[in-house]
Write a protein that binds this ligand. Structure first.
Ligand code: ATP
Length: 339
């Protein structure tokens, strides 16, 4: 029986990269049944809401969604539709692998960058606890909320991920020397939970040092676990190490549902031109295949991506190549068929 997955094509370059990704998954022979649902500004124009109830029900039913980037229409009461979906399903772990591709020359090609950032996705400075102090916005306050419960589940997730994926080290990144209470709690929880995983090496690192180490010795990192704001920044830094956002996948994992999406946005400047790079979404789909148990197909996909990225004639323009989305996708499908 085929596995149903919710599919959101999204806004901007979303439909182009989603269609390319779907055709590549079909070429892999994975028996998925896509349930297409709407979200974002396209949904708002056609249906009067950027996040229809049917979309949430579909994700709840299928527990898995592949999503193109979404534009959040102004004046609809949403700060971000992406965040609204993550919040609705309590997708607390944002997982972003950054592995350098042997196919391409980048600034860091001679280093073995292969790290995974596990970012706490629900709390910290992004919890939205903010207010302005009158008169005339004399001051403004954002509260960094960190709970023991959320620290425990994200640290445990990172260790379980490391174990499952055959990784050997977890680095907890924090700023406990200054944010003694909130980040101190995260560090304390991390140190306690680390004792339960004596097969995995554990270290902690202050975030500013981590930024420098990621640039000068990126190969020393394996799994990084950190709070929301630091995770946001470090994962873009990691994306830069491997060649940019066009290559970087992401997963948002909760107990009841998981969402797989590229890290980049809707790229309105190139939308509709057929030149977008679908690799980040395809790699997100690769993570989804692993999540659903299609591990070999996920590996085959990555192998095909490596092959297609190797030549400028099959790479997209953002990576210095001459191919458009269709030509790159066709090169990938040929690589899959060759095995
Ligand atoms: P949003 O507001 O949705 O985040 P944005 O344009 O501010 O959109 P991105 O969509 O991440 O942010 O785009 C940043 C830049 O990177 C743009 O110039 C865009 O064209 C380019 N870009 C992003 N994703 C891709 C992609 N998949 N392929 C090619 N170029 C991309």
């Amino acid at each position: 029986m085929s596995r149903k997955v919710s599919l959101i094509r999204g806004d901007g370059i979303g439909p182009e990269i989603v269609d390319a990704t779907v055709s590549v998954i079909e070429a892999l022979g994975v028996d998925l049944e896509w349930e297409e649902v709407r979200a974002g500004s396209g949904a708002y124009k056609d249906l009067g809401t950027p996040l229809p109830e049917e979309t949430l029900l579909s994700i709840a039913r299928n527990q898995c969604v592949l999503k193109g980037p979404l534009e959040t229409p102004i004046g609809t009461g949403f700060r971000s539709i992406n965040v609204a979906i993550r919040k609705h399903f309590d997708m607390y772990a944002n997982v972003r692998p950054a592995k350098i591709s042997p196919a391409m020359t980048t600034r860091f090609s001679d280093t073995n960058v292969d790290m995974v950032i596990v970012r706490e996705n629900t709390e910290g400075a992004y919890a939205g606890i903010e207010h302005v102090i009158p008169p005339n916005r004399a001051a403004a306050e954002t509260i960094i909320l960190i709970t023991r419960w959320a620290c425990e589940r994200i640290v445990r997730y990172a260790f379980e991920y490391a174990r499952r994926e055959g990784r050997s080290k977890v680095t907890l990144v924090h700023k406990a020397n200054i944010l003694k209470e909130s980040n101190g709690l995260l560090l304390e929880v991390g140190q306690t939970i680390a004792r339960e995983y004596d097969d995995i090496e554990f270290e902690d690192m202050i975030v500013d040092n981590c930024c420098m180490q990621m640039v000068i010795r990126p190969e020393r990192f394996d799994v990084i676990v950190t709070e929301n704001l630091f995770g946001d920044i470090l994962s873009d830094l990691a994306a830069g190490l491997i060649g940019g956002l066009g290559l970087t996948p992401g997963a948002n994992i909760g107990e009841g549902a998981a969402m797989f999406e590229a890290v980049h946005g809707t790229a309105p400047d190139i939308a509709g031109q057929g030149i977008a790079n679908p690799t980040a979404l395809m790699r997100s789909a690769g993570m989804m295949l692993g999540h659903l148990g299609y591990v070999n197909e996920g590996k085959l996909l990555e192998k095909a991506i490596t092959k297609a990225l190797a030549s400028p004639s099959t790479r997209t323009g953002d990576l210095g190549g001459t191919a458009n989305t269709k030509a790159y996708t066709q090169a990938l499908i040929s690589a899959i068929q060759e095995g």
